[in-house]
Every structure is written in C-alpha cells, then in structure tokens.
Ligand binder design. Structure first.
Ligand code: AR6
Length: 176
C-alpha cells in the first residue's frame, strides 16, 4: 500500500527513488517542472529522452503514458516522464489525467522504486483547475495497488497548492 504525503517545495530537490516529470509528448523539454528537471538534472536526461524518441517513441509519448530515464544529477535514481492532458472545458479528459498517475506508479514499481515524488500534473501550463486535479491525483494514487512503492509524495509549489491538496486529501479520507 502506498502512503500519501504532501509537502510544499521544489520537486528537483527531493531525495527519492523516482521523480515524476510533467513532460510534453516531445520528451524534449519545456517550462515548469520539465524545465526545472532538465536544468538541474543535466544533459544526461535529455540524451536518454532523445534515444527514446529515436526508438520506441518515434511519435512522442502519448498523454496518459509514462516512461523512465536516468535522473542525471538530481538526488534521485530515475525520472518518470508522464504527459498530462491539456485542460478542456468541453471534453472530459479526467481519465487521461488519472492514467498519468497509474502509469507512473506502474513504471516506478517496475524499477523497484520505493519513494516517488509527484508534481500536480497538468495544473500549470496545461491549466487544469487545481482542486479538481488534486481530487483526481489523490484518489487515483490511493486506489492504485503497488508492489515496491510505499510512499507517494506530492510536491506542491507554493502554499496555495499545498492547501488545496491538503483539503482534497481530508475530503478523500473522510469519504465524502
Ligand atoms: N517543483 C514542484 N512543482 C512545480 C515546480 C517545481 N520545480 N515548477 C512548477 N511546479 P507545469 P503541466 C508546479 O506547467 O501543467 C511544460 O512546458 C506548477 O505550479 O510544470 O503538466 C512541459 O514541457 C503546477 O502546479 O506542468 C509541458 O509542455 C504544476 O507544477 C507542459 O509544461 C505543473 O505545472 C506541461 O504542463
């Protein structure tokens, strides 16, 4: 079973087995979490991403899927890249967002990771409303069985995001 923890901070500073990246389908970098991970992790991560694009992900990594690379110079062993859905007001893409968490846990489990740090996928550049994203993220992680993963640490960027996740976790745990 996975213990869910919430902290406020920078995901690139987490000493965990696996850090989840809120990537885009190109796997070749961007802003937000993705930019920070490549900046601090160094060029080894991008080199492995390029190799993935040259092999099994020639068309890029589809939204909702996950794939691992080295963590380079980050204080972690692996980066698990996942691609969140862009928020849509007309189409319900919740299942794709839930899939990001399920697939990231599956990949982390396959590596034997025990601790995994997650950002709030899709809540930045991809504009997903934070409270709804928190509900989906927390309920999906809670309901996904794992083998090796014992801690899923949500790393929230700022007090507001932390408060929203804390409230969503309370609601989830109270069963409402
Ligand atoms: N540590 C933890 N959380 C962070 C950090 C950090 N260092 N930096 C930002 N956040 P985003 P997305 C928060 O935009 O919405 C990139 O260009 C941020 O406040 O990183 O899935 C990719 O290449 C927000 O709450 O990811 C894609 O093109 C959350 O992390 C696109 O953005 C996610 O914001 C993906 O957009």
């Amino acid at each position: 079973m996975t213990n869910i923890t919430l902290i406020m901070g920078d995901i690139t500073e987490q000493a965990v087995d696996a850090v989840v990246n809120a990537a885009n389908s190109s796997l070749l970098g961007g802003g937000g979490v993705d930019g920070a991970i490549h900046r601090r992790g160094g060029p080894e991560i991008l080199a492995e991403c390029r190799a993935l694009r040259a092999s099994q992900y020639g068309r890029g990594l589809p939204a909702g899927q996950a794939v691992a690379t080295t963590a380079g110079r980050l204080p972690a062993r692996w980066v698990v890249h996942t691609v969140g859905p862009v928020w849509s007001g007309t189409e319900d893409r919740s299942e794709t967002l839930a899939s990001c968490y399920r697939e990231s846990l599956r990949v982390a489990d396959g590596l034997g990771a025990r601790t995994v740090a997650f950002p709030a996928v899709s809540t930045g550049v991809y504009r997903w409303p934070l409270a709804d994203a928190a509900r989906i993220a927390l309920s999906t992680v809670r309901d996904t069985p794992t083998d090796s993963v014992t801690e899923a640490r949500f790393v929230l960027f700022g007090q507001d995001a932390h408060d929203v996740f804390a409230e969503a976790l309370r609601t989830l745990e109270s069963g409402h």
